[in-house]
Design a protein around this ligand. Structure first.
Ligand code: SF4
Length: 428
């Protein structure tokens, strides 16, 4: 496999070349005291490097290229950002002296063959986890510290979006909790319509009517767009009547019913059932935020979300369509765990961060330790690779690792990949 620039950067950054006998194109000895700080934005690849060329100590920027001629191809000679280079590091020095007054170091002869072979093996591995063969040999400490960073990375992305929602809610944490809990009740497939529904139905209306379950169900199903048309059963007709009144009173506009997805879903997860459970939750407790913000374990949180859709749904999955069997449609333990993982813990974390509440941030992270790992395809892949997730802290990090790194083969940005690439093979 041919080397690429990202691998060359990694080799430079982590000094994976053989250190002795480095010399410039003009024959001066080179000692790398500090490779510099990797720059992921425009401009030279490394800033603030410290290099001794001959007897002269140089401090400044370093640029890396596979071929020295890439300097011209990339048009750097015209760019003032590249004016103050102290070293041009290349794999092939195909055009000598391409950067005026800058020493050139050709790295190819100093790169151990196993670095390129091991990287190439990772890139070409057909498995969904390309490093699956080497993973058991990677030290636990590398895996553990990487998982902690991945969880923070996952939350940082998520919480950026939540901060925008909090601004949209004029800093109202109860409203943020209401929107995010509603979105969570969509369980991925119906997240979007659930969020639209919540944003179309102000929390203060729910607060005013929360003691009357029928009215809460009426505004929830009505705003979801499910109360249009004619019905045979009394239950939807009653909901319709209540909704007509409340809709006019509060000047509400429902969302389109076609936004809801029922396809390839178990009937117990139909949006109709989730809406009925959501209405039951609002009826039970309309201002959840103040109740959940300081709770530290899944065990204490479970009862707050232990709700059941109203009786009609024992024998229906949709309006006017009786089901063959009767069964209570309770929000299950794994659904509640999902809400704790995806809504409660992140909102506790964000609240702690914004309010500067000491200890709550750590508690939010520890809350996930008390929840079992999710069961999904990604976690099954890690299980099959003998790296099981013991709790939700780990499963969340492992989902991030798979989605953001393994599936797009970003092994060079992963400490596990780095440790595999740099490992010296044992002579057989
Ligand atoms: S990104 Fe890391 S964990 Fe994933 S396959 Fe590559 S080396 Fe392995």
């Amino acid at each position: 496999m041919a080397i690429n620039e990202t691998l060359l950067q990694l080799i430079w950054q982590y000094s994976l070349y053989k250190p002795g006998n480095l010399i410039t194109q003009s024959g001066e000895s080179v000692t790398i005291l500090f490779p510099g700080v990797l720059n992921r934005n425009a401009g030279p690849d490394f800033f603030e490097a410290k290099v001794k060329v001959g007897n002269t100590l140089l401090v400044g920027n370093v640029e890396l290229h596979i071929n020295s001629s890439d300097w011209l191809k990339h048009g750097h000679q015209e760019d003032p950002a590249y004016q103050r280079l102290i070293l041009h590091v290349v794999y092939n020095n195909d055009v000598p002296d391409v950067v005026a007054h800058t020493p050139v170091l050709q790295l190819a002869p100093h790169i151990p063959a196993h670095i390129i072979t091991q990287y190439s093996n990772l890139l070409q591995a057909p498995q969904s986890i390309p490093c699956s063969a080497q993973l058991p040999n990677v030290k636990d400490i590398i895996k553990e510290s990487w998982l902690s960073r991945l969880l923070a990375e996952r939350w940082e992305q998520k919480l950026l979006e939540w901060e925008e929602l909090l601004t949209k809610s004029a800093g109202d944490w109860h409203n943020l909790m209401y929107w995010r809990t509603a979105a969570n009740f969509g369980f991925k497939v119906n997240t979007h319509p659930f969020m639209m529904l919540a944003q179309s139905l102000p929390l203060n209306i729910l607060a005013k009517h929360h003691e009357n379950l029928l009215q809460i169900e009426a505004v929830v199903f009505g705003q979801a767009g499910f109360l249009e048309g004619d019905f045979e059963d009394d239950y939807p007709r009653n909901l319709q009547r209540e909704y007509d009144y409340l809709r006019k009173k509060y000047k509400l506009t429902p969302i389109h019913p076609h936004l809801w997805k029922f396809m390839r879903m178990r009937p117990a997860n139909f949006p109709t059932i989730r809406l009925a459970q959501f209405a039951a939750l609002v009826h039970k407790s309309v201002h959840l935020f103040s109740q959940v913000v300081e709770i530290a374990t899944g065990k204490e949180l479970q009862p707050l979300f232990d709700v059941k859709a109203s009786e009609y749904w024992d024998t229906h999955f949709k309006f006017d369509e009786p089901s063959a069997e009767s069964s209570p449609k309770r929000l299950g333990k794994s659904s509640i765990d999902n809400i704790i993982i995806n809504t409660i813990a992140p909102i506790q974390f964000l609240y702690a961060e914004q309010q500067g509440v000491s200890g709550l941030k750590e508690r939010a992270l520890q809350l996930l330790d008390t929840i079992p790992a999710e069961k999904n395809n990604i976690i099954s892949i890690w299980d099959a690779n003998k790296w099981p997730a013991q709790n939700a802290t780990r499963s969340q990090a492992m989902i991030q690792l798979y989605n953001r790194y393994c599936s797009s083969k970003r092994c060079l940005e992963c400490p596990i990949g780095l440790s595999i690439i740099r490992a010296v093979p044992v002579e057989g």
